[in-house]
Design a protein around this ligand. Structure first.
Ligand code: IDP
Ligand code: MG
Length: 139
């Protein structure tokens, strides 16, 4: 299968708890190559734009406040079957339902502060990667 890309972002609960390195280690050990990476702090305006697809959901306001409450580490990742395999590596949205050994089972605090984001399709991976990185920040 050809290599393709996904987008991820370590969330404020995990960066704040000092779990950035442990999570990146799991990502690399699972066979993902880091194509682009940085550390940033989203304004509420930018967090709102990133999660615009969830605008109608009841937790949108809380999600935007939470995602702008601390540092995040966005990354573009490459691997065969990247989007699906990465969703398996991170586990279910609610850490109580996440399979043992997944990033969310190990590091997430709650359904909102759930340690990490993973794109849900190839199309969204491109949109989300372009939100954080220019073509000059990739190889
Ligand atoms: P996903 O991150 O597993 O793809 P989505 O349904 O796309 O989950 O939701 C986006 C993010 O919104 C979640 O990762 C989580 O941070 C937050 N979220 C999802 N459902 C809830 C909820 O019921 N309450 C509070 N926050 C939620
Ligand atoms: Mg999602």
């Amino acid at each position: 299968m050809a290599k393709n890309r996904t987008f991820t972002m370590i969330k404020p609960d995990a960066t704040g708890a000092g779990n950035t390195g442990a999570i990146i280690k799991m990502i690399e050990e699972a066979g993902f190559r880091i194509v682009a990476m940085k550390k940033a702090h989203l304004s509420t305006d930018l967090a709102g734009k990133f999660y615009e697809i969830h605008k109608e959901r009841p937790f949108y306001g809380e999600l935007v406040a939470y995602m702008s409450s601390g540092a995040i580490v966005p990354m573009i990742l490459e691997k065969e079957n990247a989007v699906e395999d990465f969703r398996k590596l991170i586990g279910a949205t609610d850490p109580k339902k996440a399979a043992p050994g997944t990033i969310r089972a190990l590091f997430a605090k709650s359904i909102d502060a759930n340690a990490i984001h993973g794109s849900d399709s190839d199309e969204n991976a491109v949109i989300e990667g372009n939100f954080f990185f220019s073509q000059f920040e990739r190889f």
